[in-house]
Design a protein. Structure first.
Length: 178
């Protein structure tokens, strides 16, 4: 059986951190385990779900993955999630016209009255091309449109029962060599 060991890998130019196409070069992760209420019709940053990364190459891409857990005090919740690079929205739909919104991912509850006892998940995976070697910050925002109060990481009812769950929301970014 063969074994390969190295204290340092360099590319042909002698770069200590080679930019190997397709290789994972950096990983950053954050999670929010608090329970915040969201403000109606206002985009809100989710605490701890903002991560800064400095790409090693302008050819690198950044793989973004998020899962948000939420609940609401009313049925028919309308909410949206947004991915951002610094102050720019990324991963948005492009077909919205009129009063419609271009969003990164939907977050909703159905019309059933039992939905207030449940925790839902909204998630998104997106591969970004930042084309920079400067530090950039990725973050997740949520906008709650109508109906009741929306909460992160808990249900709307928040009953003290075995169905009264508490959760976390996560955010991970990975630099992929280009």
């Amino acid at each position: 059986m063969s074994e390969l060991r190295s204290n340092r890998i360099t590319d042909i130019a002698g770069t200590a951190s080679p930019n190997i196409p397709g290789a994972v070069l950096q990983v950053k992760s954050g999670m929010y385990n608090g329970h915040m209420a969201l403000t109606l019709d206002t985009r809100v940053d989710i605490p701890n779900l903002a991560l800064t990364i400095t790409p090693l190459s302008t050819a690198s891409r950044v793989l973004i993955m998020t899962t948000l857990c939420y609940g609401c005090t009313a049925t028919n919740l309308y909410a949206s999630g947004f991915l951002m690079r610094d102050s720019t929205d990324i991963g948005l739909g492009t077909g919205a016209t009129g009063s419609r919104l271009n969003v990164s991912f939907p977050m909703d509850m159905s019309g059933s009255s039992t939905e207030i006892y449940k925790i839902k998940q909204g998630s998104m995976t997106f591969l970004d091309d930042p084309a920079t070697t400067s530090a950039i910050t990725y973050k997740v925002q949520v906008r709650h449109h109508v109906n009741g109060t929306m909460y992160m990481n808990r249900s709307g009812q928040d009953s003290n029962a075995d169905y009264g769950n508490r959760t976390i929301s996560t955010f991970t970014i990975m630099e992929i060599g280009g």
